[in-house]
Ligand binder design. Structure first.
Ligand code: FAD
Length: 479
């Protein structure tokens, strides 16, 4: 092993949480190193974590390709546009996705160089005394010592004991982003964000998609009316979502192109079986802490296997912090971004802070689903008095002009103070609209504030304006 190298900050993991922490620390004048073990599809080191390699960005690339294809058959006719013999070339679509991934993972490497973050490509393990030993891809080892160490190891897909990933028929997100052809029949275990998004991709391209969800309610985490609208639209699109369906076994049969998976599950009607060509297991992710911590570090894991931290992402061990998917809180890239920046700023002696109450959630299906803040159910449970205003996109000129009239905006405000407590959206491109709610809530604004802000006409955002006006029953465009 070569001589120990010293840094102000050593970050393990160059995903959204880690690379934000590393770059911000370097911007603040701290001597920073960042270690990542991941390799890209070409076998070369690839920075950017799950998000850039096999998560947010590649899934959105495929969602967009598949949406264009789907719209040709389901939307363009309304505009008087017809196509003959539309075809999808999966290799080109996946190739485009790979190029985007390469552009962005390469971009992080460039940002590291520009900001003088020293990148190490290999697997890092934290030892006592803030020492990180890195096993590099060429087999050599280096030892780094950080005044501060930030653990940003991210998460891995959860594997079910009766549905082991085989990289072919039974896959996680990595495999489902790289199918070489549209499967005739795809089953997805889990109707969460990843299952719905990747299920939508292959459904739009022509696969028969069945989503098996063990819970009795669809998307219980979202506002109940939003979930109901989304479920209705997904059904219209032909996504077969079976609730209360608990998978107990899988069996792969046949060879080569004839391989298929027999899935056994039980629901209210008893034991059922389903035969598919591909099975995507999307039942959640768990903190990737295997091999991250030597026995003597003092860093603790909680009962869910996440690294234990306080409100400031500090582990309780001097100079050791943890951020992103490997700690509590929503497994979202932007939550990791903010924690990364906050911790770098805290280390530099600045005030660093993440407001968990205003983290937006988005599901990039068609229609899109987005929200920030509390749902009506949560407020009822907490006994908080509230009032609601909602407005349908069907009455919004821009949405109708785009032939995208599905969904609505719902503003929830405190019954007495009028302060906005939540914004819930389902409709076209609502991922971009949700930030109106985030901003209003960050600035502790009221529904009246939102209602008095001039919104451009015609835009989708007018639904939020009218929903805010509807909170006090003064929406102009509502009969
Ligand atoms: P990760 O992105 O997992 O990065 C951790 C990195 O650390 C990895 O590169 C890993 O190789 C490396 N590492 C781990 N241990 C070590 C070690 N010991 N030594 C060296 N390196 C190590 N979130 C959103 O907000 N929006 C989305 O649209 C979205 N879409 C998603 C779609 C899919 C299909 C998936 C799977 C996830 C999606 N997510 C999305 C979630 C998002 O990807 C994660 O929340 C985010 O990547 C977490 O960032 P992170 O930095 O904590 O961890």
């Amino acid at each position: 092993m070569s001589e120990q190298q010293t840094f102000d900050v050593v970050v393990i993991g160059a995903g959204p949480a880690g690379y934000h922490a590393a770059i911000r620390a370097a911007q603040l004048g701290l001597k920073t190193a960042c270690i990542d073990a991941a390799l890209g599809k070409d076998g070369k080191p690839a920075l950017g974590g799950t998000c850039l390699r096999v998560g947010c960005i590649p899934s959105k690339a495929l969602l967009d390709s598949s949406r264009q294809y789907w719209n040709m058959g389901h939307l363009f006719d309304q505009h008087g546009i017809s196509f003959k013999d539309a075809k999808i070339d999966v290799a080109t679509m996946v190739g485009r996705k790979d190029k985007i991934v390469k552009q962005f993972t390469g971009g992080i490497e460039m940002l590291f160089k520009a900001n003088k973050v020293k990148a190490f490509f290999g697997f890092g393990t934290l030892h006592n005394g803030n020492v990180v030993k890195v096993k590099q891809h060429d087999g050599s080892e280096v030892e780094l010592k950080g005044t501060n160490v930030i653990l940003a190891a991210g998460s891995d897909s959860i594997e079910l004991p009766f549905a082991k990933f085989d990289g072919d028929c039974i896959v996680d997100n990595v495999g489902a982003l790289d199918f070489t052809e549209v499967p005739n029949r795809l089953a997805v275990i889990g109707a969460g964000v990843i299952g719905l998004e990747l299920g939508s991709v292959w459904k739009r391209l022509g696969a028969e998609v069945t989503i098996l969800e063990a819970l009795p309610d669809f998307l219980a985490v979202a506002d109940a009316e939003v979930s109901k609208t989304a479920a209705r639209e997904f059904k219209k699109q032909g996504l077969d979502i079976r609730l209360g369906a608990k998978v107990s076994a899988t069996e792969t049969k046949g060879k080569g192109k004839k391989k298929e998976v027999l899935v056994t599950y039980s629901d209210a009607k008893g034991e059922q079986t389903l035969t598919v060509d591909k099975l995507l297991v999307a039942v959640g992710r768990r903190a990737a802490t295997k091999g991250l911590l030597a026995d003597d570090t003092g860093v603790k894991l909680n009962e869910r296997g996440q690294i234990e931290v306080d409100a400031h992402c500090h582990t309780g061990v001097d100079g050791v912090w943890a951020i992103g998917d490997c700690v509590r809180g929503p497994m979202l890239a932007h939550k990791g971004f903010e924690e990364g920046i906050a911790v770098a700023e805290l280390i530099a002696g600045l005030p660093g802070h993440v407001n968990f109450d205003t983290i937006p959630w988005v599901i990039y299906t068609e229609p899109e689903i987005a929200w920030v803040g509390k749902t009506e159910q949560q407020l009822k449970d907490e006994g908080v008095p509230y009032k609601v205003g909602s407005f349908p996109f069907a009455a919004v000129g821009r949405a109708v002009a785009m032939a995208e009239p599905v969904g609505f905006a719902k503003v929830i405000a405190h019954a007495e103070s009028d302060r906005v407590l939540g914004l819930h959206l389902v409709g076209a491109n609502v991922s971009e609209l949700v930030h109106e709610g985030v901003l209003t809530m960050e600035f502790k604004g009221s529904a009246d504030d939102l209602a008095r802000i001039c919104h451009a006409h015609p835009t989708m955002s007018e639904a939020i304006h009218d929903a805010a006006m509807a909170v006090d029953k003064r929406a102009i465009h509502k009969a």
